[in-house]
Design a binder for this molecule. Sequence first.
Ligand SMILES: *Cc1c(COP(=O)(O)O)cnc(C)c1O
Length: 256
Amino acid sequence: MGQTPFCVTATAGSTVFGAFDPLHNIADICETHKLWMHVDAAWGGGLLLSRDHSYKLSGIKRANSVTWNPHKLMGVPLQCSAILIREKGLLEACNQIGAGYLFQPDKLYNVDFDTGDKAIQCGRHADIFKLWLMWKAKGTYGFEAQINRYMELAKYFYKVLKKKDNFKLVFDAEVRTVFYVEQYLPVKFPFNDIFIYTQIAPKIKAQMIEEGTAMISYQPCGDKVNFFRMVFSNPATRQKDVDYLIDEIQRLGKDL
Ligand SMILES: *Cc1c(COP(=O)(O)O)cnc(C)c1O
């Protein structure tokens, strides 16, 4: 009580469910109350490259700051994380160390390309260079085609799983497909047994890793059993790989 909020952090693509906050509504509130609006678009930021899917981040232009990880959906090799601040010069003004012994401001040549005082970390890689190179190679349309393909694969995966009665979707959404393997679950699992069923996803994952066939993440969902989640972010993935993964999970599930 008695504390004054100054910032709202919205999420554009939550890590597990891939949920998007309504950015325009949040921006309205922030404008009314003069709050800083930050958008965590670490995961979902990549959708901005696609004219078909960028609407999910509608309103992001109104944010004061945005974080975006090109090492996620855009597939830049780890690590490549960006923070974008709308007000030009603000990050530099707040953050520069002004260490004259490191970044001599009185150099006798053009210092525009000196990154020292412009970085939020000091002695680190210029990780953004990888993204620049990739963008030069693929182009904006190349990235768009890549993102659209990922979304097509997610849609396909979702459709196939939906038809199968030995998989159950955690909720109905195509953006990120989350599902658990129901084959060996009783229709209504009794609460006391939940700990046993919770082991199904970890067991299937362990076998996939041991056999070197696939590597996908799982996590618990409140008091429900562990479930798998899937996000497509590898340009080499094809529909047959999706079919293979589903077959593989079914094959391993049978042996449990
Ligand atoms: C991955 C992720 C982060 C963390 O980003 P790192 O750069 O890997 O630390 C933050 N927010 C969301 C929504 C993410 O998906």
